[in-house]
Design a protein around this ligand. Sequence first.
Ligand code: SF4
Length: 374
Amino acid sequence: MDQLNDINAHRPWKKIARRKTRQIMVGNVPVGGDAPITVQSMTNTLTSDAKATIEQIKRMEAVGVDIVRCSCPDEESTAALKEIVQAVSVPVVADIHFHYKRGIEAAQAGAACLRINPGNIGAADRVAEIVKAAKDHNCSIRIGVNAGSLEQELLEKYGEPCPEAMVESAMAHARILENHDFFNFKISVKASDVFLAVAAYRGIAAACDYPLHVGVTEAGGLRTGTVKSSIGMGLLLAEGIGDTIRVSLSAEPEEEVRVGYEILKSMGLRSRGITIVSCPTCARRRYDVIKTVQLLEERLAHITTPLTVSVIGCVVNGPGEAMYTDIGITGGGNNTHQIYIKGVADHRLKDGDVVEHIASLVEARVAEIEEEKK
Ligand code: SF4
């Protein structure tokens, strides 16, 4: 984040001033402060099925997930959590609802964080036990307020879920933890309505300095959920609000991770893998840009080194876009296309396989960058 902000120092219109927050640790991953904004997702396997859950988390790791959450609705789940935590590389958050015992078991099993609302646990001694387990096992907590499950008294006070009610709920949970001398927590105030979520996050951002886990909940399927999440998170991230994000999609969790990264990448807040700049094509295009982009995305999905590639159909926008990318192609006549390397016209490709040619240039450039880092 800071590094990207430095790059954009002379472009004030691209600079995002992040909200100042405390920093907490979710396992070995810092959240808040000057830490990079992390991308989270959640498993949808039965947590009690350790094998399936581990396999799913590994698929999420392959696309860059920073933190993974698993629901722990029963004892079988917290029992499996131990094996899961040991088998994966990323920190695991245990999602607990009302059963405080599951929270204690999860902390003992090695969860890096508990998603639990202390106000929902009931008796004060139970809260004390949870907090003690979290402290003993170096486990952080996420207070997760959701517009769809606000406390009855707040609904009666405010009449309906609203930003004020959500902030009040979150702060009441926060006070409980603070009263137990526990400050190692982050907060989320999610809603499926974009305006409600954004207003609630603005409210909680102003009310405290805890790191915020940002998301638009139950956002929908891959397309609609991506749009809603991008709008909601985009508004907040542009204001510097958000320390860790979860895109909530009715889709495979890997998709949530990919979309999360794309949101952060498009705002210059994280960089990972290939970013393709491509044109929509029109009658001027000199090769099949759409197919090329599809194939390149698949072919280069394994690359984690940040690199930009411009894939442009003709000279109208090709040279201009290529100037700012690592590798570029501009379609030309006679099936002869101009190739750019580091923004400079380098050579022409005549009658060649565009996808393979670009992919090999990208791989060579990645190898060069990785070598330079050593
Ligand atoms: Fe059409 Fe060329 Fe623009 Fe692509 S760059 S949309 S091919 S005019």
